[in-house]
Design a protein around this ligand. Structure first.
Ligand code: 5GP
Length: 190
């Protein structure tokens, strides 16, 4: 095992099995409609790529890139749109795909912004959720992969200082690798 891995929280096999189940549920629920799948960059890109390959209704994809104000670890809930959707969503069935719901502030804001654009429906699919950290109690996650405990995770699209997105499982970093990455600066990849 790589020396920076403290422990693997969710294996590649478990992720792939769950993604297939989510794809089936989404296929069932959106039968007879056309879907617009909106990925939140960059963390959701790998999850979304696997998810859409398990959905069997006509769909198109679009992406948003956002950054939250506040420091690195705590989101403030005020979301700045760095890259907006390329296409309008008015009258569309929209499914937001996010990597992880922590406090829920980011998704609450994103949902508010997108709902002003008049979609036919607006739902959320998230790979991970940390219920212990939730601030927004009434945020509904329509499709959820896994609930995890309150720890910082990377892999399968999720990063620390832009690293570790390329690993096919979800894991916890050894503490010394947080500081190493920090010393070398954030945002060298992306
Ligand atoms: P929220 O607004 O729900 O507090 O924050 C959600 C965002 O915080 C996620 O999209 C992700 O960018 C970041 N985040 C929260 N927890 C983790 C984590 O354990 N690992 C990583 N890599 N990012 C996280």
């Amino acid at each position: 095992m790589e020396e920076f891995i403290e422990r693997i929280l969710i294996t590649e096999e478990d992720i792939q099995k769950r993604v297939r189940e989510l794809g089936s549920a989404i296929t069932r629920d959106y039968q007879g409609t056309e879907l617009r799948v909106v990925g939140v960059l960059r963390g959701a890109f790998i999850f979304m790529a696997d998810l859409v390959r398990n959905i069997r209704v006509p769909l198109s994809v679009d992406f948003m890139s956002i950054s939250s104000y506040g420091d690195e670890c705590e989101t403030s809930g005020i979301v700045r749109i760095l890259k907006d959707l390329d296409k309008p969503i008015t009258g569309r069935h929209v499914l937001i795909v996010e990597d992880i719901v922590d406090t829920g502030l980011t998704l609450r804001h994103l949902k508010e912004v997108l709902s002003t654009r008049g979609p036919a429906s607006l739902r959320i699919c998230a790979l991970l959720s940390k219920p212990e950290r939730r601030v927004v109690q009434d945020l509904r996650i329509d499709y959820l992969g896994f609930e995890i405990p309150n720890c910082f995770v990377v892999g399968y699209g999720l990063d620390y200082a832009e690293r570790y997105r390329n690993y096919p499982f979800i894991f916890v970093l050894r503490p010394e690798y947080y500081s190493d990455a920090q010393r070398e600066g954030k945002g060298q990849g992306g």
